[in-house]
Design a binder for this molecule. Structure first.
Ligand SMILES: [Zn+2]
Length: 314
């Protein structure tokens, strides 16, 4: 059973914590993925909860079954096995379309081009009168510029909370694809008590919370952890050629991920299972660095040798 309570400690007492890692299958896992996966895994396992793996492949242009399989394999090699079967958003179209139907009275059919809408920054309301859903139109939620306030648990300034003014946004695209916000809000709202993810998704959280509330779903607790970035400030991603994790060196990869998070396991731990157990016991997500040390593609063994003497500042 899932609760919508606002306090991590209360969830811990009353319900089984449920969290997830939800990668888009656009390439192999990189160090940024590993940091997020490990953080979400430890967060629920510290509460003796369930950890789920959801493949966020709603975007038909960007999904690859090969990447999804590689991600599942990489997680397994790094000691993170989901507690239920892996789910795929692409296989749950019916569920999301049902949710759009539920919102029908609050949506409109929009024929505007992306260029037309992005020029102004906010949606101009041109299609508000198109209440019936039509083919080759997108479906937008009428959000009335709702102000959403939410807290994200963290050790940083994020604790103070965020205010998002949510603009009218797309639930279904003209080509029939469903939106990331819709699919994530439905899945997280139906199943999760907590969401641990990168701080690049803070803005998305406002949109998704609004959807959960409109759909009558309970809302998970959020923790946004700092993203791993290159020296240039750009976030690691498949698009910018972030190097793939070497599956033959999982212990070193896990040590590196922990190093970025400010945690250094003893050097006498040599197995994946032991380092995962150590992480669950010792990784303190309330004590993360505010910003992660920029990623540099050192040879992993070099990096770890450095970590024995240089601990990142927290
Ligand atoms: Zn429009």
């Amino acid at each position: 059973m899932k609760s919508g309570r606002d306090n991590w400690a209360i969830d811990h007492l009353f319900d089984l914590a449920t969290g997830r890692f939800a990668p888009s299958p656009t390439g192999p896992m990189h160090m940024g993925h590993l940091i997020t996966a490990l953080s979400s895994y430890c967060s629920v396992k510290q509460k003796k909860g369930k950890w789920l793996l959801r493949i966020d492949d709603i975007d038909s242009d960007r999904r690859s079954a090969e990447s999804a399989n590689l991600i599942i394999k990489t997680l397994r090699i790094h000691g993170m096995i989901p507690d239920t079967e892996v789910t795929y958003q692409s296989a749950q179209d019916t569920k999301y379309r049902y949710r759009i139907k539920q919102l029908e009275s609050q949506t409109f059919s929009c024929s505007c081009s992306r260029r037309e809408t992005s020029a102004q920054g906010t949606y101009h309301g041109k299609c508000y009168q198109n209440r019936r859903h039509q083919e080759r139109h997108s479906i937008r939620l009428r959000s009335h510029k709702t102000i959403i306030f939410f807290k994200s648990t963290s050790n940083t300034k994020l604790e103070n909370g965020f205010t998002e003014s949510v603009d009218d946004f797309i639930l279904k695209r003209k080509n029939g694809d469903l939106s990331y916000h819709l699919a994530s809000a439905v899945d997280d709202g139906e199943q999760m008590t907590e969401v641990v993810r990168g701080d690049d998704l803070i803005t998305s959280t406002g949109y998704q919370l609004l959807l959960m509330k409109k759909l009558g779903l309970s809302t998970p607790n959020y923790r946004h952890i700092p993203c791993l970035r290159f020296e240039t400030g750009e976030k690691l991603s498949s698009q910018n050629m972030a190097p793939a994790l070497a599956n033959q060196r999982p212990v070193m990869n896990l040590r590196n991920a922990l190093w970025y998070l400010g945690a250094i396991p003893p050097t006498n731990i040599h197995s994946v299972s032991a380092i995962i157990k150590w992480s669950i016991r010792n990784l303190n997500l309330t004590q993360l660095p505010e910003i992660l040390v920029p990623f540099q593609n050192y040879d992993v063994s070099d990096r770890y040798r450095r970590t024995e003497t240089i601990k990142p500042s927290v």
